[in-house]
Structure formats: C-alpha cells, structure tokens
Design a protein around this ligand. Structure first.
Ligand code: ATP
Ligand code: MG
Length: 409
C-alpha cells in the first residue's frame, strides 16, 4: 500500500479525554478514530489488525469443531424477559422503535442462540454441538474509558456449546475449549493467565484469561509457584492454589481478554431447550459459553507492546510486515523494491510521501510495523538498503536483490 494514497494521517496531539496508552497510540497512529466515548471507527490500518486477530480466533474455533454463525444485533424484548435479564442486566441497551416496540441491542447472545437451537436439537444423537460468531456487541457501560479496553460498542467472539450431560460439558470445557484458548493467546504472543473467578452458575468457578497490564481494571492474585491466578472477587486470604497447592500470591492489575462459563441449564431451562435421551426420556440440554474480546485484545496488545516512540506489533497481528521508506536519491530503487515485495507476497506499507526523513521515521516508529526498510542515495550507492527491526536497536545493510527473500522468511 502506498502511504501517499492511504486513508491514514498520523497525529502529534494526544486525545484529550483518554489517558490510556492504547487510546493514545492507536488514535495518533491512525488506527482508530473515536466517534463517541467507547465507540470507535476502525480505519484501514486498524481494521487490518482487528481482522488478523479475529482470523486467528476463527482458525482455532474452527479447528476445535466450532461452526460459525452470525446472529442479529437487534433482539426481541420477550427473549430477554424470559431469562429475567431485561431488568437484570444493568448494561443492557434498550431501543424503542417509532412503532412503540422495544428491543435490546445484543450484549451477548444466550437469548438468541438458545431458542435458535430448539429446532436443531431433538435427540441425544444431535449432541454435542458448538456454534460461534465474531460480532459487534453493545453494552451501556457506565464508564467507557481506556480506549479499546472497555467499549460501549465492541467486538467479541462468543461460542456456545450444547451437551447431553454435565460430564460431557466438563470434558469439552477442559479438553477442547481450554486448549483452544491457550493456543489463541500463544499465537497472539500474550501470556494470558488462567484465572478462577466467581460467576459460575452451578459450578464453583468460571474461568477468565487475564493479561497483566498496569491499565487493567481487574485485580488478580498470581500464584508465584505455577502462574495460575485468582480474581480478587473470589480471593480469600491464605487460599491454596487449585493447581499446585501453594499459598504464595502476588497481586497484579490485569485485563480480562476471555471468559468461559459452564452455564449448565441456566438458559436452556427458560427456553425449554430439551432433547430425547437414549432411554426415551426428555432432558434439558446442558450449555457452556466461551467469550473472547477481540477488540479489547487489540488494546491489550498495544498496552503490552510499545515504547516511548510508538507501537511494536507482534508479527502475527501487524497490519503490514514491512515499512518501506524512500528517502532522497532512493526513489527509483524504492519503487522497484515495492513491486518486488508485492510480487513476493510480502505485506508492505510504502512511504512514498515527499516528507523529511525525520517525520517518516517518527511515523514508522509510531505505527510499529515489525521491519523498517530505508532506501536512500547512501544505501543505493552500496547497492543496499538499511533494514531494522522495530523491536531492536541495530540496523544492517542488506543487498537489494536479497531483501525480498530475506523478508519472506
Ligand atoms: P468485564 O468483566 O471486563 O466487564 P465481562 O465479564 O462482562 O467483562 P463477558 O460477558 O464474559 O465479559 O464477555 C467476554 C469478553 O468480552 C470479556 O472477557 C472481554 O474480553 C470482552 N468484553 C466484555 N466487555 C467489554 C467491553 N465493554 N469492551 C470491550 N471488550 C469487552
Ligand atoms: Mg468478567
């Protein structure tokens, strides 16, 4: 992509009303633009990042046997009354239509997915099943701050599993859902701590995945021995670690990037979602739900990977791999290199603008692509370009005809 033609302008001024690092760097870098508190537009650069995060989540959900669906954002009021959450969920956005009807804007989808499964699940032979979506959610959060960490409109992957028994749910939870989650966070380069939390409906705990960051809204206690964590809400002094039995904890601030629940019959009961078991008896379907905040993840990644000059994207989610910068006397070579890199399938942002070296370097550091390639009169004289990793300090000269191969690997 040619930067001169890209829908992108970086900015030197920081957003006045938000002090979080992710809001500051993502807005200044031209990734997102705030429409109102907690509501953002994703500009081309930011949308590429979000799509990469969501592609990783999608791949792992598919690999775990999840089937992708797409449910509505506008929900019938009756479904939310059936579960008691029309009144019970404080962050529910309620919409009144001009015809006098009321609707909810989906903050989560148990109220849609459960009745949706009624015509599909009849017999024990239909179970287990799991469907998921990646979608925009709405929550009337009282304090939408911290950039992408807490939105009123945000992105989430939510998977729902259906089982014939609690044993089958537990097996799925431990053997399918948890390994898939660990794989996702590992691919994103994040150390997401498996954390016990309250909120289990019939089980003792639900589980969260928490990433330790200074700007996180949650307080967790991390076992100094094995790294398992407990949310402060459920933490008791002197508690033993469920995993290793030790009692030495370190307090930390963290952001919840995922949350998994054994719902059991909580939603299948009110919607009367039943199946016929092998002995002919009617039973209530057992459910689990599994969320990942994909837009919050984008914010958390920025909180984790940056320095005083800008973002340092992990390669797996960087909007482009290479920032190609042409300086005086390097224009023609840069044009040729740009074509070479495109032909080699390397994702490249090409700074072909007529600007000073200083402002181009500042933009490259702010935007934070993994590799910076500079072509100038000086490097061309040596038939080379200057290659530097965003995460490193040193740059090296690389022969022009070797660059594409080097960057491909
Ligand atoms: P929190 O405790 O942070 O309010 P939650 O427990 O209400 O979140 P869930 O309903 O379990 O969240 O949603 C699944 C995931 O969606 C969360 O783990 C989080 O990553 C993300 N998420 C929840 N609320 C928001 C929000 N307002 N903005 C961005 N992401 C969110
Ligand atoms: Mg939570």
């Amino acid at each position: 992509m040619r930067q001169s033609k890209y829908f992108l302008k970086t900015s030197k001024t920081t957003p006045a009303d938000d002090v979080s690092v992710n809001a500051k760097l993502l807005e200044q870098g031209g990734f997102v633009q705030k429409a109102l508190a907690g509501v953002y537009s994703y500009l081309p650069l930011g949308w590429r990042v979000l799509k990469k995060i969501e592609a990783i989540v999608r791949e792992e959900m598919d690999a775990a046997g999840g089937q992708e669906v797409f449910m509505p954002s506008l929900h019938p009021k009756a479904n939310w009354e059936a579960t008691g959450r029309w009144q019970g969920l404080d962050v529910l956005f309620k919409v009144k239509s001009q015809h006098g009807n009321e609707y909810a804007l989906g903050p989560t989808h148990e109220e849609i997915v459960t009745p949706m499964a009624i015509p599909v699940i009849n017999s024990y032979k239909d179970l287990p099943l799991a469907v998921y979506q990646i979608q925009t959610k709405f929550r009337d959060e009282p304090r939408a701050k911290s950039g992408l960490l807490r939105g009123r409109e945000f992105r989430m992957k939510d998977l729902y599993s259906f089982h014939a028994s609690s044993e089958d749910l537990e097996k799925y939870y431990n053997e399918v859902a948890i390994p898939a989650y660990e794989k996702i966070f590992q691919r994103l380069g994040l150390n997401a701590l498996f954390t016990e939390a309250s909120g289990g409906t019939f089980s003792k705990f639900s589980h969260e995945y928490q990433v330790e960051i200074e700007s996180g809204e949650d307080v967790i206690y991390i076992c100094e021995k094995c790294g398992m964590a407990k949310n402060k809400e459920v933490f008791e002094d002197g508690a033993e670690c469920t995993k290793c039995g030790k009692t030495s904890w370190r307090e930390a601030k963290a952001s919840e990037v995922g949350n998994i629940f054994m719902l059991q019959e909580k939603y299948s009961k009110p919607f009367n979602l039943q199946f016929t078991d092998s002995d002919g008896s009617k039973k209530t379907v057992i459910m689990g739900c599994y969320g990942i905040g994909t837009s919050r993840l984008m914010g958390v990644i920025v909180e984790k990977f940056h320095d005083d000059k800008g973002i340092i994207w992990p390669a797996a989610v960087a909007p482009f791999k290479v920032h190609l910068i042409s300086l005086k006397g390097g224009e023609e070579t840069a044009e040729n290199l740009y074509q070479d890199l495109l032909n080699s399938g390397v994702e490249v942002l090409y700074d072909d603008r007529d600007l000073s070296a200083g402002s181009k370097f500042a933009d490259a550091d702010l935007i934070g692509l993994p590799y910076r390639v500079v072509v100038s009169a000086k490097t061309v004289a040596q038939e080379s370009v200057e290659l530097k990793e965003r995460a490193g300090q040193e740059s090296q000269l690389v022969k022009i005809n070797e660059l594409a191969d080097k960057l491909k690997n």
